[in-house]
Design a protein around this ligand. Structure first.
Ligand SMILES: [Zn+2]
Length: 352
């Protein structure tokens, strides 16, 4: 039987960017509940680099593997038993988590905490660095007309993660002050916009003035270059020794303790990662003395994604794209992301 093939970027062993190969690969076959999407753009995420290098092996070491959790594309086919009424031709992006759906956490609506089989697209199953990807049909999100495929790809992980942190976990309220660490990360650029939309006053930090200028354009009220000054001392100075109500943290390492010490009494730190390091030393006396909360956050729920779609349509939320590479230059895109010089999302464009 002739199998349909597509262009895809795969890897057959863990390693540097050079392990990524642009090849002909079988088009995914639909199973119950799934839809086939023609991919026009896919975003890189930090966890792509970790999966490629073998820092974690989520696909159980099955090769070849295809990365890519965030895509913009058009629906080609919907498996009939899916219960999904999205018509072929509809432009979509998606909620990228693949929960079991019936463990105690999923039953309680916390699919992002799935206790039995937490997986996500491009990590635990083949992703969208390809001309076609399959995904649960009910997790597709129709795109507003004003959102390009590149913007669609830049949206889910960055905005979903930031929304879940600030709205669902930190319960941000109007008038509160927020410190967003490391302004140029995709999740930070989303967090700045979401915090402003919720009526907060936003401080943000970065290592470069040009990145801070971009953060200002996104709505940050005050910016701090942490290469020039100690950001914790600077936050205390600028807030009259009060500190901020909420910190958005994903850097880890030394940043965590400094972030905790940037909080006001009763403040909340919400953490979603440790890009610099998972090993953090903290001073516990700040936590009990000031009654601080350290709050974990993981990815997003479908409800988070759906809540944002009208804001994406109105332009209130704007995905930020740093650079677009063609799919066959995925290895160069990985090198570029590893250099950390980007400000916004790095995208692969897929031709047909
Ligand atoms: Zn579950």
């Amino acid at each position: 039987m002739n199998e349909k093939t597509m262009k895809a970027v795969v890897f057959n062993r863990y390693g540097g960017p050079e392990v990524l190969e642009y090849v002909d690969h079988p088009v995914p076959r639909l199973e119950a509940g799934e839809a086939l999407v023609k991919v026009h753009a896919v975003a890189l995420n930090g966890y792509d680099l970790m999966a490629r290098s073998g820092r974690y092996k989520p696909n159980k070491g099955v090769f070849p593997h295809i990365l890519g959790g965030d895509f913009g594309g058009e629906v080609i086919e919907v498996e009939p038993s899916s219960g999904c009424d999205i018509a072929p031709g509809t432009r979509v992006t998606s909620w990228w988590i693949l929960p079991c759906g019936d463990c105690e956490q999923c039953m309680a609506g916390h699919h992002n905490r799935c206790a039995r089989n937490y997986r996500y697209l491009g990590a635990h199953v083949p992703g969208a660095y390809a001309q076609y990807v399959k995904h649960p049909a009910l997790q597709l999100l129709p795109l507003p007309d004003n959102v390009s495929y590149e913007e669609a790809a830049a949206f889910p992980n960055a905005f979903g993660t930031a929304w879940h942190m600030l709205v669902e976990r930190a319960r941000l309220r109007p008038g509160e002050t927020v410190l967003v660490n490391s302004a140029s990360a995709g999740v930070s650029m989303a967090a700045i916009q979401i915090a402003k939309l919720n009526g907060a006053y936003v401080y943000t930090t970065s290592s470069a003035d040009w990145k801070l200028e971009k953060a200002r354009e996104l709505g940050a009220d005050e910016v701090i270059n942490y290469n020039d000054v100690d950001f914790q001392e600077e936050i205390m100075k600028r807030t009259g020794k009060r500190g901020v109500d909420v910190v958005v943290e994903h850097v880890g390492g030394d940043f965590l303790d400094k972030s905790i010490r940037s909080l006001t009494r009763g403040g909340r730190l919400v953490t979603v990662g440790g890009t610099a390091s998972y090993e953090c030393t903290i001073q516990v006396n700040y936590i009990f003395h000031k009654e601080l909360q350290i709050i974990g956050s993981n990815s997003a729920t479908l409800r988070d994604m759906e809540a944002m779609m009208p804001l994406l349509a109105s332009g209130a939320l704007k995905p930020v794209i740093d650079r677009v590479f063609p799919l066959d230059e995925a290895a160069d895109a990985h090198r570029y992301l590893e250099e950390g010089k980007q400000s916004g999302k790095v995208i692969l464009r897929i031709e047909h």
